[in-house]
Design a binder for this molecule. Sequence first.
Ligand SMILES: Cc1cc2nc3c(=O)[nH]c(=O)nc-3n(C[C@H](O)[C@H](O)[C@H](O)COP(=O)(O)OP(=O)(O)OC[C@H]3O[C@@H](n4cnc5c(N)ncnc54)[C@H](O)[C@@H]3O)c2cc1C
Length: 232
Amino acid sequence: MGFSEPRYVGHMAFRGLAEYADGQPFEPKVNYIYGRGVRAGFVPVSPTKVYWFICFNRPDPGPKLTDPAALKAEALDLVRGWPSDLLAVMRSTPDGAVVRTPLVDRWLWPGLAPGASRGGRVVLAGDAWHPMTPNLGQGACCALEDAVVLARHLAGAAGAEAAMRAYEAERWARVFPLTARAGLVGALVQWENAAVCAARDGVVIPRLVRLGPFLEHTNFECDLLEPAPPSP
Ligand SMILES: Cc1cc2nc3c(=O)[nH]c(=O)nc-3n(C[C@H](O)[C@H](O)[C@H](O)COP(=O)(O)OP(=O)(O)OC[C@H]3O[C@@H](n4cnc5c(N)ncnc54)[C@H](O)[C@@H]3O)c2cc1C
């Protein structure tokens, strides 16, 4: 389709799923812990499972690690001495339930990015079209939104090619700003500089970040799955 390869943004993520057969002990909330160039979080996702992640800076992704025990050991090494809740969650994770992923994105610059569809026969959605860093937690959400919007356009009377173009125009306006914003947020929260981190921890997060406006980007109205009016 003529797109460039997704761009590595300079940090990687570990993700894991801890298992508590007798029930996990946490409150239903997301816990974030910020360090210098490293941040982590965990959140209960079921009565017996807790999801956790660590984002860390690294100039290049390096070789792919395949040994599950080595993956977990590297993750634990990154947060040695961090809060015991986080470490306990990580230790309750089966070796095979840890993955390490380089974080990448691709900005769909107006006028420069190739089209998302070709000839009414091929159309891109989700990460295949707009890979974004997970700093706003929106990649999979956007993939689902794409599917709804594409289905709505295809169900209209305009024909496949026009429907795909209308889908691209509608979705671009949402996914390009989100991709850019996620990239910028990632660059900010991964700062290693001690003074910047002190300002973040002492002022920006406790005093300036308000959860409502911060989560505003997650609002998306899918509308009913009715045919869209024919495209001009
Ligand atoms: C660390 C991290 C944290 C994230 N956190 C969040 C979050 O909190 N919220 C959120 O919304 N998103 C999050 N995301 C993003 C989310 O994972 C992706 O945006 C989402 O998975 C994209 O879905 P997709 O279906 O487009 O692509 P994928 O999930 O990549 O699915 C593509 C599928 O196609 C298969 N495939 C590839 N090539 C072929 C082929 N030739 N033939 C057949 N099959 C093929 C692949 O195996 C894969 O199963 C996160 C991502 C990362 C890396």
